[in-house]
Design a protein around this ligand. Structure first.
Ligand code: ADP
Length: 460
C-alpha cells in the first residue's frame, strides 16, 4: 500500500473515531439532560397538585379545571395520589394507563424518589408529608413527545454531520498527504535521473531545514563524495596506466633497437642494464599500487601488535643508508620523550617502515645536501615524529595537492619519482589513527610532522 493511501486511511480513522465519540457524547448528555429536565417538570407537577389537594383543600374537579387551563400542562399528563393505605384519593388517570406497581409504591413509601418508564410514559413517584402521620404517595406521569422528538432530530443531525465530516476528512487527508509527500516524490524523480554518467546532478534541498531538506542535503553530500571518488578513480587509472606505459615503451624501444643488428657484448650489457632499470621501475610502481590497495581503508584500522616507532625509524634509516651512500640522516630525540612506552603504538611495522622510508627519502632526494633531520618528541596526549630538510620546498598552492596520488609539484619534475609516495604515507598514518602536517616554503625546505594520538599509544 502506498504511503499516501496509508496516511489518508490513518487520517480517516483518527477523524472518524473523534467524530463518532464526540457525537455519542453529545447525544448521551442531551438525552440525560432531557430526562433530568422532564423529571423536574414531573416533580413540580406532583408537588403543585398535592399542595392544591392536601393543603389548599381544593376538590378534584377544581384541580382538574385549573390544570386544563394551565399552559404548562404536560402531554398525556397523569397524576395519582394515594393515602398511606394505598387507596387512591385523587387521579387524572381515568383509563388506568399507569399501572400501580407494588415494588414502586414500597420504594416511595420508604422515602425514596422513584423514576421509571412504562411504555411511552415516564413516571416520577415521591412521598408527600403533610404531617408526621399523614403521608401520601404521589405519582406523576406523562409522555415527553417534544423532548424525544428533539432527540430524534439531534440524532439525524449528528449522523449527517458525522458522514459529511468523514468525507471532508478523507478528501483533506488525501490532499494533505499528497502535499506532504510531494517533496519526497520530487526527490525520487530527481534521483531516478542520476546515474554514473550524471553524478554532477544535485537534488533541490528546499530550505534544507526540514527532514526532506536534510535528506536531500545528505544525499547531495553523498553524491559529491561519489563524484569525487569516481573522478579520483578515473584520474588514478589514467595516471597509473601512464606511469606503467612510460617504462614499458622505453623497454620496447630499447629491445627493438637492439634487435636491428648484432651488438658487442658491452653494448648488450649496457642495454640490459637500462632495461633492468626500467623493469625495476615497473616493479616498484606495481608494489606501490598494491600498497595503495592494501591501505585504502578510510580511517583507523585495528592492528593487534605493539611496535616501537623509534626502532622502526632506526631500521629504516640503516636500510636507506645501505643503498644510498650519499644520504645523510640525522636523528634527535627530544627531552620530552622520557621512556620507550611513549614511543610504542599499536600498528603494523612494515607499513610504518614504508611511510617513514618515503618521508626520509623525499627529504634527502629533494635537497642538495641530501640530508633529512628526524626528530622525536612527545606531549601529554601525543607522540610526534618530524622529518625536516633544507631542500627545494613545496610551492604554497601545491601543499595539499602533493598528497593526491601521482601529483608532483612543478619544481620537482626534474627529480625522479612517481608521485604516489605521499598519498600512501598519508593513508598509512591515518590507518594508525595519526595525522600528518606539512610545513614548507619553496626554496627553503620542508618539515613534515607525523602525530600519533594517545588513544592508540600502547599502555605497555
Ligand atoms: P615522488 O617523490 O615520487 O614524486 P611523493 O608522493 O613522495 O612522490 O611526493 C609527491 C610530491 O611532493 C613530490 O613530487 C614533490 O613535488 C613533493 N615533495 C614531497 N616531499 C618533498 C620534500 N621533502 N621536499 C620538496 N618536495 C617534496
Amino acid at each position: 500500500m502506498q504511503i499516501r493511501t496509508r496516511l489518508t486511511l490513518q487520517f480517516l480513522l483518527i477523524g472518524a473515531v473523534i467524530m463518532i465519540l464526540a457525537s455519542f457524547s453529545i447525544y448521551f448528555f442531551s438525552a440525560r439532560y432531557r430526562q433530568q429536565a422532564f423529571m423536574e417538570r414531573l416533580m413540580a407537577k406532583a408537588r403543585i397538585t398535592s399542595n392544591l389537594l392536601l393543603e389548599a383543600n381544593l376538590n378534584a374537579s377544581m384541580i382538574e379545571q385549573l390544570e386544563r387551563s394551565n399552559p404548562n400542562k404536560l402531554n398525556s399528563e397523569k397524576i395519582i395520589i394515594l393515602n398511606s393505605n394505598d387507596d387512591i384519593i385523587f387521579t387524572t388517570d381515568y383509563k388506568n394507563e399507569i399501572k400501580l406497581r407494588y415494588d414502586v409504591l414500597e420504594s416511595i413509601r420508604s422515602g425514596r424518589q422513584v423514576f421509571y418508564q412504562q411504555e411511552e410514559y415516564e413516571i416520577m413517584g415521591s412521598l408527600y408529608r403533610l404531617s408526621v402521620n399523614e403521608r401520601f404517595l404521589v405519582l406523576a406521569g406523562a409522555i415527553d413527545n417534544e423532548g424525544k422528538h428533539h432527540l430524534e432530530q439531534l440524532r439525524i443531525i449528528l449522523l449527517i454531520v458525522c458522514l459529511i465530516s468523514i468525507i471532508i476528512i478523507t478528501v483533506a487527508g488525501w490532499m494533505y498527504s499528497g502535499r506532504a509527500l510531494k517533496p519526497i516524490s520530487d526527490v525520487i524523480k530527481r534521483v531516478e535521473e542520476i546515474s554514473v554518467t550524471s553524478l554532477n546532478l544535485r537534488i533541490d534541498e528546499g530550505n534544507a531545514k526540514d527532514e526532506i531538506g536534510k535528506l536531500a542535503a545528505t544525499f547531495n553530500k553523498m553524491l559529491s563524495r561519489l563524484e569525487k571518488s569516481f573522478t579520483m578513480q578515473k584520474d588514478f587509472i589514467a595516471n597509473a596506466s601512464h606511469e606503467l606505459r612510460t617504462p614499458l615503451t622505453a623497454i620496447n624501444g630499447q629491445l627493438e633497437v637492439l634487435s636491428l643488428k648484432d651488438r658487442t657484448n658491452d653494448e648488450y650489457k649496457t642495454e640490459i642494464k637500462s632495461v633492468l632499470e626500467d623493469t625495476r621501475r615497473i616493479i616498484d610502481l606495481a608494489n606501490r599500487l598494491l600498497l595503495i590497495a592494501r591501505t585504502s581503508a578510510e580511517g583507523p584500522i585495528s592492528f593487534n601488535s605493539n611496535v616501537r616507532v623509534d626502532e622502526i625509524l632506526w631500521q629504516t634509516r640503516d636500510e636507506l643508508l645501505r643503498f644510498n651512500k650519499n644520504f645523510h640522516i640525522n636523528s634527535n630525540i627530544d627531552e620530552s620523550v622520557e621512556d620507550e612506552s611513549q614511543m610504542t603504538i599499536t600498528g603494523d611495522e612494515s607499513l610504518l617502515k614504508v611511510a617513514f622510508s618515503n618521508l626520509i627519502e623525499n627529504g634527502c632526494k629533494y635537497s642538495n645536501n641530501h640530508t633529512t633531520n628526524v626528530g622525536l618528541n612527545s606531549s601529554a596526549n601525543t607522540f610526534r615524529v618530524t622529518f625536516k630538510d633544507n631542500g627545494i620546498g613545496i610551492p604554497e598552492d601545491e601543499k595539499l595537492k602533493v598528497f593526491e596520488p601521482f601529483y608532483r609539484s612543478r619544481n620537482a619534475k626534474t627529480y625522479p619519482g612517481t608521485g604516489i609516495g605521499l598519498s600512501i604515507v598519508k593513508q598509512i598514518i591515518e590507518n594508525h589513527n595519526g595525522n600528518i602536517e606539512l610545513m614548507s616554503e619553496a626554496g627553503s625546505g620542508t618539515e613534515i610532522t607525523v602525530t600519533f594520538h594517545l588513544s592508540r599509544i600502547s599502555e605497555t
